[in-house]
Ligand binder design. Sequence first.
Ligand code: ZN
Length: 147
Amino acid sequence: MPSLSELYQNVILEHNRSPRNFRPMPNADRHADGHNPLCGDQLTVWVRMDGGVLEDVSFQGSGCAISRASASLMTSMVKGKTREEATRLFERFHRLVTGTLPPDQAETLGKLAVFSGVSQFPIRVKCASLSWHTLRAALDEGIKTTT
Ligand code: ZN
């Protein structure tokens, strides 16, 4: 079993220190709030769509290093992708953090593969997947902001 210090790898620490896309988005099409009561993580995810593409994605909130780093990497990874691509990425990411992704598919996740160690810590799975669940909520039933 890996130690916690191994879990908090450099990529995670770095994204926690300076998260990407960490800002509110006044001109977002939709947003959703996510909350992980087990750890106390909470965040808001904003999305602006252009046709079927996630043109811009941002988040803000407070929580542990895993939840912040995951949200930072999530926003970076899904930006510019179609809704279907983002959904497929979430499915693979979820299998990664729950330990059910075949090892040969981990590479297709790029930097998200740093979260593979999370599968050893069930309580951290919700931290790592909170931003993804919130993104999906924003896409599926997010509050539409009309301008
Ligand atoms: Zn957490």
